[in-house]
Ligand binder design. Structure first.
Ligand code: NAD
Length: 538
């Protein structure tokens, strides 16, 4: 038994215990802090004002990023209180777009280790390493192998910024306790020579392992986690598209896991579609959807749209026929020379054609851009969408803003203000012919924190499509009339904790109904969820 009670500097240097100048006089006396702190006893809110003042003095977002994560390393509760209260302002620093720059700079801005690293040298002893982790009740794991970090490609071990950032959003956005979160870097090497040549690079300096060697390492990790942390949900993040699909298809019914790039994106977009259709007053089952881009994001959306359309009354074949894709090589159709395996299910018997001809031919009601290429929604196709539809639904989802298929302003101008628009990154408000638009952002952060909280609560064996459908529906139901009037199909980010709670309820209820849980749904489900929610206030 360890009877050690931290005192003095050990308290001030422990981010979980430290309250800095907020320690009361009684605590200062009891914990041996007298003399170690300035005289003033300040509230957490005063501390937040000071932190914000300091944050605003920084001259770049990457400096703000370093400052915020240093705060997390000093005073965890202050970090989370700040993040919860100022989520709109701080999410773009903690997560996209600044986290991309932070990953690129990871080895250069590194201060202290955070998270858990696995390399091929750990084969056969991942259990031993996991036992080194100080926390024993892990509930949420985000793992990446760094091969496709945002739109930035192979960043190797530098990709650790992503699991760290994402888990801080699980805590801020849904209340999953920080000690229950585990960021994991599966460092299997990097094929980015520039990175390997950097003398400060912190990862394994070798080419990536692949094939069976790679899959066996992942498998050892997943099976060991199921044993060591049996209540943990595993989120796969920023894997290269073929690996992302392979891992998801291998583990989706065997482990409690999901891929946010594929399934989280899909749920947030489906929610946007449900909400947009309340404005365009079209029945969901009658919609035709055209995707520009056929990568993991777009096909992930389609893979969830199929069960969603089926639950609206179509059979699977009819549902697939509502969904069309265009990639770099044109319309995805059956007799094309090259088709990615994940596109096969959506390759229809149809002549191939270019983007504009496809709009004329298919007459989509919804156009979704996930190309990663700026400006691919040009004026002519968007005007054509407005000729076909009284309220064309146009989502330009590529991130960051500089990669978006079109801007909100263009979408409104080219459709005479009739577009129902959403983007992947935040868009500025638009004034157009006396109308005021504040378009919404299809941010995955609306879904994954609440989904994680729901799954943790009910202890589902795995995460079903129906649980994602429930999450999408629950999110859509939280958009107010005022937001809809401004063309915003998502709730405000500052409501994220409330939104996540409702999503957690819907997800858990669905898992209970599907009997994916060890126990039946408790009468007090809402109280059960509330009990799990971390409150950083002191
Ligand atoms: P990916 O590289 O797997 O796929 C890109 C696809 O776009 C490929 O099919 C490619 O052939 C196609 N493409 C590229 N240029 C094209 C062009 N000019 N015309 C037609 N097709 C073209 O990438 P991904 O993971 O699917 O991500 C795509 C984009 O989606 C990224 O920019 C990412 O930021 C964005 N995304 C947004 C969200 C969100 O908003 N919630 C979530 C995930 C991904």
């Amino acid at each position: 038994m360890n009877n050690y009670t931290p005192r003095g500097f050990d308290v001030l240097h422990n981010p979980k215990l430290n309250k800095g100048t907020a320690f009361t006089q009684q605590e200062r006396d009891e914990l041996g802090l007298q003399g170690l702190l300035p005289a003033a006893i300040t509230s957490q809110q005063t501390q937040i004002s000071r932190v914000l003042d300091n944050l605003h003095r920084k001259t770049s977002d990457i400096e703000r990023y370093i400052f915020l994560f240093s705060l997390q390393g000093r005073n965890e509760r202050l970090f989370y209180r700040l993040l919860i209260d100022h989520i709109d302002e701080l999410m773009p620093i903690i997560y996209t777009p600044t986290v991309g720059e932070a990953c690129q700079e990871f080895a250069h801005i590194f201060r202290e280790p955070r998270g858990f690293y696995i390399t091929p040298n750990d084969r056969g002893r991942i259990r031993e390493s996991l036992n080194n982790w100080p926390e024993k009740d892990i509930r949420m794991i985000v793992i990446t192998d760094g091969q496709r970090i945002l739109g930035l490609g192979d960043l190797g071990a530098n990709g650790m910024g992503i699991p760290i950032g994402k888990l801080s959003l699980y805590t801020a956005g849904a209340g999953i306790a920080p000690e229950q979160c585990l960021p994991v870097m599966l460092d299997v090497g990097s094929n980015n020579q520039q990175l390997i040549n950097d003398p400060l690079y912190l990862g394994l300096k070798q080419p990536r392992i692949s094939g069976d060697e790679y899959l066996q390492l992942v498998d050892e990790f997943v099976t060991t986690v199921q044993d060591v942390f049996p209540k943990a949900v595993i989120q796969f993040e920023d894997f290269l598209t073929p690996n992302a699909y392979l891992l998801l298809n291998t583990y989706r019914n065997k482990a409690c896991c999901f891929n946010d790039d594929i399934q989280g994106t899909a749920a947030v977009v489906l929610s946007g579609i449900y909400t947009a259709l309340t404005l365009s007053k079209q029945p969901f089952k009658d919609c035709r959807i055209l995707f520009l881009g056929a990568g993991s994001a777009a096909t992930g959306m389609a893979d969830l749209l199929v069960p969603a359309l089926c639950s609206a009354g179509l059979n699977e074949d009819e549902a697939r026929k509502r969904l069309w894709f265009i990639d770099r090589h044109g319309l995805v159709v059956k007799d094309r020379d090259y088709l990615d395996p994940h596109n096969l299910a959506y390759a229809h018997e149809h002549p191939t054609m270019d983007f504009l001809s496809a709009i004329d031919d298919i007459k989509p009601n919804i156009l979704i851009g996930a190309t990663g290429v700026q400006g691919t929604f040009t004026e002519t196709p968007i005007r054509r969408m407005a000729e076909i539809n009284s309220r064309p639904i146009i989502f330009a989802l590529s991130n960051p803003t500089s990669h978006a298929e079109c801007t909100a302003k263009q979408a409104y101008e080219w459709t005479d203000g009739r577009a129902i628009f959403a983007s992947g990154s935040p868009s500025s408000a638009v004034h157009y012919r006396g109308q005021f638009f504040k378009p919404g952002q299809g941010n995955n952060a609306y879904i994954f924190p609440g989904l994680g909280l729901g799954v943790i609560t009910c202890q589902a064996r795995y995460i079903s499509d129906e649980m994602f459908l429930a999450a999408a529906q629950a999110l859509s139901e939280q958009v107010s009339h005022k937001q809809l009037e401004q063309g915003n199909i998502y709730p405000p980010l500052n409501q994220l904790r409330k939104v996540s709670f409702k999503i957690a309820m819907a997800v858990a209820q669905t898992a209970y109904q599907q009997k994916l849980t060890p126990e039946a749904c408790p009468d007090n489900l809402s109280a059960r969820i509330k009990e799990l929610i971390y409150d950083p206030t002191y």
